[in-house]
Design a protein around this ligand. Sequence first.
Ligand SMILES: CC(C)(COP(=O)(O)OP(=O)(O)OC[C@H]1O[C@@H](n2cnc3c(N)ncnc32)[C@H](O)[C@@H]1OP(=O)(O)O)[C@@H](O)C(=O)NCCC(=O)NCCS
Length: 165
Amino acid sequence: MIKISVAEPKDYLTIQQIAHQTWYATFGKILSEEQIDYMLGMMYSLKAIEEQIEQKGHIFLLAKDEESYLGYASYETSYQERETTKIHKIYVLPTAQGKGVGKILMDSIEKIAKEKGNKTLSLNVNRYNPAINFYEKIGFKILKEEDIDIGKGFLMQDFIMEKNI
Ligand SMILES: CC(C)(COP(=O)(O)OP(=O)(O)OC[C@H]1O[C@@H](n2cnc3c(N)ncnc32)[C@H](O)[C@@H]1OP(=O)(O)O)[C@@H](O)C(=O)NCCC(=O)NCCS
């Protein structure tokens, strides 16, 4: 049975560990090692995780089975004062993928977004990431492309995807 909980300060290290175990497998063929290291440092230092949660108001959900943590997702309701919930992150450990954990995390966020009266879910995904197929399967559609300059000459080449809820 998968349980979902809201991350607290004691969980920040777990989030960082899952990110490090998942990112190289996910982006190894898409991004250079330098870019992965740079982005992990930027988004997943303990200070960066703390800032996202405690200053920016991102909520991190953790998924756990009887034994261990398997993945996380972060979101922000009423993003930029719109009726949309932004999903900032969703990562499931390579060994736990394809077993329904991602879907459970997404369903949890969708339920909360509806309770807040939001009308859409929105996210960014790398244009070469097979996760696009997962998102399409659960009802997201590609809205447009977005290139984001993240400094040091690195670029994020994304699609913005949305789902009506
Ligand atoms: C993308 C991700 C979050 C999906 O979570 P998951 O637990 O593996 O997916 P689920 O098992 O809940 O899959 C739900 C459905 O989507 C399908 N699906 C999942 N990943 C898929 C993929 N890459 N391609 C096609 N279909 C996929 C599953 O087959 C399943 O279909 P079903 O309901 O008919 O059985 C997870 O694979 C992951 O963490 N990937 C690496 C990190 C990543 O890319 N994160 C997104 C960054 S934007």
